[in-house]
Design a binder for this molecule. Structure first.
Ligand code: SAH
Ligand code: SF4
Ligand code: F3S
Length: 473
């Protein structure tokens, strides 16, 4: 998010004019998953309509919104240390006759509600992920001194109540955008807070998704990632009220001219049906990269996690995806040290990783979350065991990521350039496989898919050379 597009130009006050009220500024800081990143843009759009300009700096913010994550203890605790710092800044501002409102949004807001107001006195407002469309009204109440917590699961359609972003807002956010198609989760994995913080699964209607994507593409976006806590469980209604699948939505969106790339995340293995797998063969715009969390390779642990599939089912999906799209890259999430995990269970995870071969992955130590079934189990794993397992798993995943990156050296791939690179004369973007790529080239290539040859693989990004005809363009 940037400030420029919404910044009002202040005219100097004339002798008879009243001084115009300065434009209030809002800073939205997002933590956690892509869903929060998307929600942050929608909150900024909404507040833009209310006359707020976006800022990146805490110093000039009149309003700071922390869009929080509750997934692991560390993520939630980080919010309170952040709030502690904001409280000091607010006190200093108050001493100088200015104010800064502090809002806690997102999943910590939903999970802890009024507790947040009690634990940190400087917080003015707590708003859950299903009620942020009410922000303007809630802020007015906060202005008059009330400390409010709104964590209702609203009955009205939040998305319909939110204003569409302007072309300038879309452009300022770059050529790649998220579109939420599905929210919430009914799976209740025994370790996870999401079903409690985001509520039941619900899918947006097809027409809304198509209209939102068209608007983005018309303003210059060329890559759209469809997001949802369980995006492949999407079952939204079409104009006739018929249930539509994610594969069908992808097919519809792929017809939009000017849209060059489609992605979706995050998928659950249980909802990875054949139609979606086939879409990877049928839709060239659908990128060959699938994030498919498995959590564990042990059937016993998968069962205790309530994941509803075994390791073999996961291996079969990986195989089918590779049959449909031989170059598909897979990524995953893992949890080590789930209650009761033995060395043999952990070895089964390592074996699954070796069998699949991942392009990249996220791995975490199990974190007991209040209110989830696994948190109450007596067989919690000791911290040092979790740390050892995490280190071993991460070493293997790192090795696989490096091998995957090395294998692209010498290959010709299409890169969507998104921004200027870190050095003068460089541009940076993403390969079809989500690898960060930089090359020497003109900024005119930004917003285009360009053919490059990968010349070297570093630890975090690939360097590339534009193919001669592209370099001339
Ligand atoms: N819906 C997705 C995951 C959403 S949460 C899915 O089902 O795969 C993102 C990741 O956070 C999870 O995949 C999991 O690896 C991790 N995670 C969730 N709860 C956790 C916990 N209690 N401790 C550690 N990691 C957790
Ligand atoms: Fe959490 Fe499981 Fe739902 Fe994913 S599928 S959001 S891990 S409960
Ligand atoms: Fe975190 Fe909520 Fe996303 S708990 S991972 S921000 S759904």
């Amino acid at each position: 998010m940037t400030t420029e597009v919404l910044e009002a130009v202040e005219t100097p006050p004339g002798p008879f004019k009243e001084e115009p009220a300065p434009t209030p500024k809002v800073l939205v800081k997002s933590y956690g998953c892509q869903m929060n990143v998307y929600d942050a843009t929608r909150m900024a759009d909404l507040l833009g309509r209310e006359g707020y300009a976006e800022t990146q700096s805490e110093e000039d913010a009149d309003l700071v919104i922390l869009n929080t994550c509750h997934i692991r203890e560390k993520a939630a605790e980080k919010i309170y240390s952040e709030l502690g710092k904001l409280a000091i800044a607010k006190r200093e501002l108050n001493a100088r006759g200015r104010d800064m409102k502090i809002v806690v949004a997102g999943c910590v807001a939903q999970a802890e509600g009024e507790e947040v107001l009690k634990r940190q006195r400087a917080v003015d407002l707590v708003v859950g992920p299903q009620s942020y469309h009410r922000l303007p009204e809630l802020l007015r109440r906060a202005e008059s001194g009330a400390r409010v917590a709104d964590t209702d699961f609203a009955v009205e359609d939040k998305f319909r109540a939110l204003p569409a972003p302007s072309r300038a807002q879309i452009r300022a956010r770059g050529v790649s955008a998220f579109v939420t198609v599905q929210e919430g989760c009914d799976k209740f994995c025994s370790f996870c807070v999401v079903p409690y913080t985001r509520g039941a699964e619900s899918s947006r209607p097809v027409a809304e998704i198509v209209a939102e994507t068209r608007r983005l593409v018309d303003a210059g976006v060329c890559e759209v990632t469809l997001i949802g806590q369980n995006v492949n469980a999407y079952r939204g209604p079409d104009a006739q009220g018929r249930e539509t699948t994610l594969a069908q939505i992808l097919e519809l969106l792929a017809r939009i001219e000017g849209l060059t790339r489609l992605r979706y995340t995050t998928s659950h293995p249980v909802d990875m049906g054949q139609a979606l797998i086939d879409a990877h063969a049928a839709i060239p715009k659908l990128m060959p990269y699938v994030h498919l969390p498995v959590q564990s390779g042990s059937d016993r642990i998968l069962k205790a996690m309530n994941r509803r599939h075994d390791a073999q089912a996961y291996l079969s999906i990986a195989e089918s995806l590779r049959k449909a799209r031989p170059d598909v890259a897979l990524s995953s999430d893992f949890i080590v040290g789930f209650p009761g995990e033995t060395d043999a269970d952990f070895e089964a995870t390592m074996a699954l990783v070796r069998a699949v071969g991942f392009a990249s992955s996220f791995s975490f130590k199990y974190s007991a979350r209040p209110g989830t079934p696994a948190a109450d189990r007596p067989d919690q794993i000791e911290e040092h065991v979790k740390s050892e397992r995490l280190a071993a798993l991460q070493a293997l995943l790192d090795e696989q990521r490096r091998a995957f990156n090395d294998a692209t050296v010498g290959r010709k791939v299409d890169v969507l350039f998104e921004k200027p690179g870190r050095h003068e004369g460089q541009i940076a973007g993403k390969s079809p496989y989500m690898q960060a790529v930089h090359a020497e080239g003109s900024i005119e290539h930004i917003g285009r898919e360009v053919s490059v040859e990968i010349v070297a693989a570093g630890s975090n990004s690939l360097s590339a050379r534009l193919m001669s005809e592209e370099a001339k363009a």
